[in-house]
Design a protein around this ligand. Structure first.
Ligand SMILES: [Zn+2]
Length: 395
């Protein structure tokens, strides 16, 4: 039953080899070449919210679902080799103690779902695990904790989350924690002394420090405090779309100088400020549309009414970040399954990743540079964080 998949996988391996041996020839011999996204040595997405769908039931990673953006068939179609599944709990509805319990339950849900598909998926907690998964033809699932509220201001909880396999901590979600400021609140609060201890502990553990969602001041404080590269797991470019969740050119440059990677978020309202205005106008004028039907009905009605940004708008963010931060500083951070399907035309789900590669190729990016953006930069930054931890480990 898996013959097609196996054939596909061996085709991929051959394509990757030929790409390594002679990238120019591989890119000019079109008949032997799958879509350029599939040719990459790795396709790694640093931020998918699919666990929210798993938690609420009725979502099967093994099926090609009508709803959502990420499942095994669509990851295979997109040539995906690793995905970071977000461990996300509300920072508003829960106390921090409740958030700790919820985080544990989400990790349980993810692990149980991954265990159902041993041929296709494998939990991964290191760059070595990600490489091994690819060698075995499986997709690596890595855990990232989206919000410092889930440690309840406890380094013991943080260390335990690390032992459970989580490999990045987004310092805040949309609310300040007692020790770090969020972009979702006024005041531009920075990192406290305890916040600096959290960063130091993340460095010591080899867990990536993620500055998506943090306030500008916390961004700068974190960059100063961290002894290892820092990532933004799902943030776009503020020079193109002025939103506090996005990064200024100065931030992109500083992150890059430290070996970090900004993983571009595909959410329409972070890509295109005109879309964001249309969306909020539609929200206020249509408070009830699609609510009764539930599911994706409201999002579908909204997109039908206001349209989507083009794929080119998304590509602008990738190209700008690469121009400002350099080719080693850009990666994929889709936010799939976290944005109600509000995604650009042609990027409706994870199977469409090859379109990013093709689009960048059309803009003059070479094969090796596209490979970096699709996954190698993320892998390298993760490896650098691991190495820094090994070098400085206190035991
Ligand atoms: Zn987020």
């Amino acid at each position: 039953m898996d013959l097609t998949r196996r054939q596909w996988a061996s085709g991929m391996a051959a394509a990757a080899l030929s790409c390594n041996a002679d990238p120019d020839r591989a890119s000019s011999s079109s008949e032997a070449r799958p879509a350029s996204g599939a040719r990459a040595r790795h396709v790694i997405d640093l931020h998918c919210d699919t666990p929210m769908l798993l938690r609420h039931g009725n979502y099967d990673l093994g099926a090609r679902n009508e709803s959502g953006q990420v499942d095994i068939p669509r990851m295979r179609a997109g040539g995906v080799t690793a995905v970071f599944f977000s461990v996300y709990t509300s920072a508003v509805r829960n106390t921090e103690l409740e958030a700790v319990q919820e985080a544990l339950e989400i990790i349980d849900v993810i692990r149980r779902e991954v265990d159902r598909f041993p041929d296709d998926l494998t939990m991964a907690a290191s760059t070595e695990d990600i490489e091994a998964a690819k060698r075995h033809g499986a997709i690596a699932i890595v855990l990232g904790v989206e919000g410092g509220h889930m440690i309840n201001s406890s380094l013991g909880v943080l260390r335990t989350l690390w032992r459970l396999g989580t490999r990045y901590l987004t310092l805040t979600h949309s609310r300040n924690t007692p020790w770090a400021g969020s972009s979702g609140q006024e005041g531009n609060v920075g990192l406290s002394d305890f916040g600096r201890e959290v960063v130091a502990e993340l460095n010591r553990l080899g867990m990536m420090v993620d500055v998506s969602h943090v306030s500008d001041q916390t961004f700068w404080d974190t960059l100063k405090a961290s002894q290892a590269p820092v990532i933004a797991s799902h943030s776009s470019v503020r020079a193109i779309c002025p939103h506090k969740r996005n990064m200024t050119d100065e931030m992109i440059r500083a992150l890059a100088d430290k070996g970090g990677v900004v993983h571009i978020n595909y959410y329409n309202s972070f890509l295109d400020s005109d879309y964001a205005k249309r969306a909020s106008r539609w929200e206020s004028e249509n408070p009830d549309v699609g609510r009764k039907e539930g599911g994706d009905a409201r999002a579908r009605a909204k997109l039908a009414a206001i349209g989507r940004p083009s794929l080119d708008t998304l590509l602008d963010h990738f190209a700008h970040a690469a121009r400002v931060g350099g080719i080693d500083a850009v990666g994929l951070g889709s936010d799939f399954d976290g944005v109600d399907g509000e995604l650009p035309q042609g990027m409706e789900d994870i199977s469409k990743v090859p379109s990013i590669a093709d689009g960048l190729s059309g803009r003059g990016f070479g094969a090796a540079d596209i490979d970096k953006i699709l996954g190698l930069n993320s892998l390298r930054a993760f490896r650098d964080v691991e190495s820094a931890a090994e070098a400085g480990r206190l035991g």
